[in-house]
Design a binder for this molecule. Structure first.
Ligand code: FBP
Length: 334
């Protein structure tokens, strides 16, 4: 499709590829992108308005909630709860399921989101992001249930992220490739800028918080040693890039190729990142762009979620790099 096509038009055109589609899902996605625009507006004026700093509360993970976290969470719910298409929402900022309240109509889908990923970067003007994903719920009636959210990533219908960077971009997939849209602030529309994003099969960038090196398993240590080895013919050493915002590190690797790692530690094998609303959505996007995502032992998309806020080790990026890292993690290479 032509560069500059509006996101709304693109989504509607894509719906034509599903003859049985009712338009509900399309409508939900469009409302969600509106939330993205509102959050982008707040992010852009964060230094001027009262949106920087802490709310004084801690979230379910014991982390201090930034004002922008709370604002973004409320914005996503407000933009989508009246559509009649959602039964419930789960996010990093809420302990349990947010049920769509009466008298609003409930629908066939559930939404999961990390409203502001990379919160520690808000106050210092470094890129942050929003991650989201949509599943069809298991039962058609009644309140949303845990089982609607505790799924395998391979069951996702749609996943996307919005990166609030030098420009605001929305990148999403509905299982028909990955497409990127840049927000034109002068008209307030996301316009098609990156159709059919293909992640290079191998990159030359590794992205990991290396200060944890001494806490890692030997397989992880050996892999990181390996990418730093001098071997010009093989394109090593890789360059190190670590923003500390998952969405921003992932987005760079989507476009340039590379690998992002947040492995488990010997004393904390599950790592830090969350399966349901961080790892699984990005894994779906990576897969659709030709990349891969793994725990080091298992494909992220094959993991059955057992808890809403479950943590998982995440190795994600260019397919050849992820495969190579797995070989080190599993002790097949050293
Ligand atoms: P939040 O969801 O609390 O923002 O944490 C996620 C995150 O900020 C990721 O975006 C980032 O990749 C990671 O944590 C950084 O963690 P660390 O500071 O341990 O490297």
């Amino acid at each position: 499709m032509e560069i500059g096509t509006t996101l709304t038009r693109f989504i509607i055109e894509q719906q034509r590829n599903y003859p049985a589609a009712t338009g509900e899902f399309t409508n939900l996605l469009i409302e969600l992108t509106k939330a993205g625009k509102i959050i982008a507006r707040e992010v852009n004026k964060a230094g001027l308005a009262e949106t920087m700093g802490l709310t004084g509360h801690t979230n379910v993970h014991g982390e201090e909630v930034q004002k922008l976290d709370a604002f973004a969470n409320a914005t996503i719910i407000k933009a989508t709860d009246h559509t009649g298409h959602l039964a419930g929402v789960v996010s990093e900022e809420m302990r349990g399921i947010h049920q769509i309240p009466d008298p609003l109509l409930r629908g066939d889908y559930v939404l999961v989101a990390d409203p502001v990923d990379g919160s520690s970067n808000i106050d210092v003007n470094v890129s942050i992001g929003t991650i989201f994903s949509i599943y069809r719920r298991r039962r058609k009636d009644g309140a949303a249930q845990l089982e609607d959210f505790l799924r395998k990533g391979s069951e996702q219908l749609c996943a996307g992220y919005i990166i609030y960077g030098s420009s605001t971009m929305l990148v999403y997939t509905t299982g028909q490739g990955v497409h990127g849209f840049t927000l034109d602030p002068t008209i307030g529309e996301f316009l098609l800028s990156h159709e059919g994003i293909a992640m290079p099969p191998r990159g030359r960038i590794y992205s990991v918080n290396e200060s944890y090196y001494n806490r890692w398993d030997v397989g992880v240590q050996r892999y990181v040693d390996y990418v730093k080895e001098e071997n010009e013919a093989a394109g090593r050493p890789y360059s190190a890039r670590y923003i500390g915002s998952l969405v921003a590190d992932f987005h760079r690797n989507m476009l340039k190729g590379g690998i992002f790692l947040y492995p488990g530690e010997v004393n904390a094998p599950q790592g830090k990142l969350r399966l349901v609303y961080e790892a699984a959505p990005l894994a779906f996007i990576a897969q659709q762009a030709g990349g891969a995502a793994s725990t080091g032992q298992q494909a992220i998309l094959d993991m059955q979620a057992e808890e809403l806020h479950q943590r998982v080790p995440l190795i994600i990026g260019s397919a050849d790099d992820v495969e190579e890292a797995e070989a080190f993690f599993q002790g097949r290479r050293s």
